[in-house]
Ligand binder design. Structure first.
Ligand code: ARG
Length: 475
């Protein structure tokens, strides 16, 4: 048996059409999930007496053997012989246990099967992504802790704006990646329903127990509408969208690190292990790994647009177009996993050039806003204070001096509210330590955040580890 259909056809599929439509080369990724789904289905068939208990047990052990054999074999070597992973497993089962194998497909279709296997596959992959995001967040927190005292200019419009703690900047990314995790978790929650039993589109005349299968496969419940069950790929689009946003963050942190690693900034140095040289210019040390992650963002966005476009015009219910969901999904999952792993190592091994950071943080314009707020504290109306400091800045720009270098008389000429203590403001340490509100860059607040993140991430890592162990023991 090479096909799961065919008796109503006079001729075989044309070779060109086969090559064009067969998907085993891609969907062999689903092998484990697919066998898991089939085992649950076989158990259910026995439970509702559609087959005998003995046959049910024989199907289950046959499927386990098939999994073992196919895991060892290069599935892709037969990719022109079998239409898809479902066909290959079915054929292998029949080869192994004979005619009984033909009972497995009772009361199911590849349409509900593929949707179920995809969900099982995806929840495992999302678990893996959580773990690597978590690890990366922890590395950011550890770097923040190691460099807790380092000050850098913060930027808006890529212009020096106000002094911030390097740790504060790194923790901003920790927040972003936490939202990425919660988006993935949210998607996973929504697709925690089992489509198996929806059949091709309408359900089945046979007395299947959908609740039992859903429970065996660890889903919260069966899906509610058979048409929706086989034609829904929201879970693919939601995951791809969460990964696309994750890549926005990855790309942005890479851009920050590339800038900081440049000679113009000189705030950090990326380790040799994650830098490359130039084939022509012997002195070059380039942050290629960071650039590649930034570059791969294009593929992650493309994968989302690809599936959105594939789905947009499809009439209910299943259409073969939907087979095209796998390549982009697998690609984005792999891209995300690999990019996060290599970025984690890059960030873990980079070094911070404290002296350069400090030097840049002493640029006196970084304190212009502190001077403004100094005046506000002395009851000068905000708009007036803004104008006063603006004029001082203009003076400094014209005279090529600095705000800290202006003589006191100049300050007094601009406002009687100025006292000698204005000069205390031109210290980056003072600047950050006077930042007041929750969420700002004041060192005590940042230290608290570091501590809180460490506890939270450690706990999450522990939870992941436990979930992984539970899964291993149940399969
Ligand atoms: N390989 C197909 C997919 O992934 C599943 C098979 C359903 N095919 C069909 N002609 N009903 O979407």
């Amino acid at each position: 048996m090479k096909k799961m259909w065919g008796s109503r056809f006079k001729s075989d599929l044309h070779e060109l059409a086969k090559k064009f439509s067969y998907s085993l080369g891609v969907d062999h990724e689903l092998l484990n999930a697919e066998v898991q789904t089939s085992i649950a289905h076989a158990k259910m068939l026995g439970k509702v007496s559609l087959i005998s208990e003995k046959d049910s047990r024989a199907l289950v052990s046959g499927l386990r053997e098939v999994l073992g054999t196919l895991r060892r074999r290069q599935v892709t070597s037969v990719m022109n012989e079998y239409e898809d992973i479902h066909t290959l497993i079915q054929a292998s089962l029949e080869k192994k246990i004979g005619r009984l194998g033909r009972k497995l497909h009772t009361a199911r279709s590849r349409n509900d099967l593929v949707s179920t296997s995809m969900r099982i596959y995806l929840r495992g992959k999302i678990q893996g992504l959580f773990e690597v995001i978590n690890k990366f967040q922890m590395t950011l927190v550890v770097q923040a802790e190691k460099n807790q005292k380092v000050l850098i200019p913060g930027y808006t419009h890529l212009q020096r704006a106000q002094v911030v703690l390097l740790a504060h900047h790194l923790l901003a990314y920790v927040e972003m990646f936490e939202r990425d995790k919660s988006r993935l978790l949210d998607a996973r929650k929504r697709f925690n329903e089992c489509p198996l039993g929806a059949g091709a589109l309408a359900g089945s005349n046979l007395p299947v127990d959908r609740r039992y299968v859903a429970q065996l496969l660890g889903f919260q419940k069966p899906t509610a509408n058979s048409l929706d069950s086989v034609s829904d790929r929201d879970f693919v689009m939601e995951t791809l969208s969460a990964i696309a946003i994750l890549f926005t963050h990855l790309s942005r942190i890479c851009e920050d690190l590339i800038l900081w690693n440049s000679q113009e900034f000189g705030f950090i140095e990326v380790d040799d292990q994650f830098s490359t040289g130039s084939s022509l210019m012997p002195h070059k040390k380039n942050p290629d790994i960071l650039e590649l992650i930034r570059g791969k963002t294009g593929e992650a966005y493309g994968n989302l647009v690809s599936v959105l476009t594939t789905m947009k015009g499809l009439p209910l219910a299943y259409n073969r177009d939907m087979q095209e969901d796998k390549k982009p999904l697998f690609s984005s999952l792999q891209l995300a996993q690999e990019s996060l792993s290599v970025l984690e190592m890059t960030v873990r091994t980079l070094s911070v050039n404290e002296a350069n950071c400090l030097k840049a943080s002493k640029d006196s314009f970084l304190f212009a806003t502190d001077v403004l707020e100094y005046l506000v504290k002395k009851s000068v109306p905000f708009r007036e204070a803004h104008e006063i400091v603006g004029r001082l800045v203009q003076k400094v720009s014209e005279s090529h001096s600095s705000l800290s270098g202006l003589p006191f008389e100049v300050y007094r000429k601009h406002s009687r509210a100025f006292q000698k203590d204005v000069y205390e403001l031109f210290d980056p340490q003072v600047s950050v330590s006077r930042k007041w509100p929750i969420g700002s860059t004041r060192p005590e607040l940042v230290t608290k955040q570091i501590r809180a993140w460490k506890g939270r991430l450690k706990l999450e890592a522990l939870r992941f580890k436990r979930a992984r162990r539970r899964k291993q023991s149940s399969f």
